[in-house]
Design a protein around this ligand. Sequence first.
Ligand SMILES: Cc1cc2nc3c(=O)[nH]c(=O)nc-3n(C[C@H](O)[C@H](O)[C@H](O)COP(=O)(O)OP(=O)(O)OC[C@H]3O[C@@H](n4cnc5c(N)ncnc54)[C@H](O)[C@@H]3O)c2cc1C
Length: 500
Amino acid sequence: MSSIQKATDVILIGAGVMSATLGSLLKQLAPEWEIKVFEKLSSAGEESSNEWNNAGTGHAALCELNYTPEKADGSIDITKAIHVNEQFQLSRQFWSYLVKSDLIHNPQGFIRPLPHMSLVEGENEVTFLKKRYKALSAIPMFQGMKFSDDPEKLKEWMPLVMEGRTSTEPIAATKIDSGTDVNFGALTRMLFEHLEDQHVEIHYKHSVNDIKRESDGLWEVKVKNLTTGTVEFHKTKFVFIGGGGGSLPLLQKTGIPESKQIGGFPVSGLFLVCNNPEIVDRHHAKVYGKAKVGAPPMSVPHLDTRFIDNKKTLLFGPFAGFSPKFLKTGSNLDLIRSVKPDNIVTMLAAGMKELDLTKYLIEQVMLSNEKRMEELREFIPNAKSEDWGVVVAGQRVQVIKDTESSKGTLQFGTEVVHASDGSVAALLGASPGASTAVNVMLEVLEKCFPEKMFEWKDKIMEMIPSYGISLAANPELFHEIQESTAHVLGLNDKQQVHSM
Ligand SMILES: Cc1cc2nc3c(=O)[nH]c(=O)nc-3n(C[C@H](O)[C@H](O)[C@H](O)COP(=O)(O)OP(=O)(O)OC[C@H]3O[C@@H](n4cnc5c(N)ncnc54)[C@H](O)[C@@H]3O)c2cc1C
């Protein structure tokens, strides 16, 4: 059986943090617009946005060393770090606006203050970290960062990591207290509850199987109700494809020229998890190391305190791996089905170029638990296997596309692909990810509704005062925003709750 439904203004595909953010922005900017959401799973935030499927780092470049590469002349390039930090500040401001406006409640349920640290070993790495520290601490967003190469100080900062360390190599770390742990699953669920209150129609257990443009310019979205088996056709003026790893196949179905010559390469992930309170209570930070040679940037090892299900937990990883699925709940045929006549050359070119990455991922898949424990012991020398279990993380589908200089290049960032008339947009890629959801969704608005941006500007500035403004160049504005968002989100020292 099939049915044809009346046209709506907006359809959001997928109930992850990206659709949640876009829907929440639109409800403030155009409250009269009708929005429908289709999600194939039974609730919101179950795929990559779920708290167990990602690392929950509020990515602000406070500890991630891959955002500050060393240049050929030995100096440190901090451009990307500033950019990522400014993007995270946009998220903080929008979340604060929603809390202040009583649209979402209990910010401690999704964001907690947590020191961010970077840890390195070896003379060259210590020199690199010191240079990075000097370059960053001159910028307002990184002020308050501390550097130490004194093992006694490091013991204070991270006792679990320093205990039992026998290496005589030089060691150093930086620490900054303005970092956060974000429960993106809880945030997504809160945002969807808010959207439901705002009369957004949310259809769970509804899978989008096709998207076609009609002769009247509207999009027809074919949806299967997975409970009843019926097929529905929904018309809309604008579609956002927020299917996470599932976005690429849906984008391909639109047939828009912008969807051509794009491929996806799925990278799976695993974390080690520790719930032993005696160990968990002895660590309170996110500690990021340096990626191994040949490893992709998203597999930088880190040891994180997490706040999940009202409990403190430790997570270590992620260990990357290969699975042909585009979603954790996807099919083993996802990768092969995404190969089309228009992207086969692009994908083959990437395959030839990325042999090292493929080799690395295969080696990671073959790791035994004991080998993973050995990697953990580089962080926690005294870690015991019986205290640590394994959790399977989400899938990250990296974008493969042609660049001006080369065919089939693997991209590690996120990418908004949109039709030239702005009637459809898809989000591909996964990094820096959920932390920058507000920035990416503002980009969707700019690309798809350019004629509305003038009308919306005042409201955007009310919600997100640093929209379009460089915080690095405006220290006063940064301090004002940092203080007010920390207060509203409960991130100040005095408001901190260290144990739960
Ligand atoms: C291992 C790992 C670690 C990460 N760590 C971090 C981190 O520390 N910090 C950070 O900021 N980001 C991190 N990320 C990235 C972050 O999790 C993602 O960028 C973000 O969750 C993506 O949100 P989304 O809404 O696009 O996708 P998702 O949360 O995956 O949501 C997409 C939704 O679409 C649904 N869907 C798909 N296809 C269809 C269809 N055809 N019909 C209906 N519904 C459909 C899916 O079921 C799913 O619910 C990490 C990701 C991984 C995998």
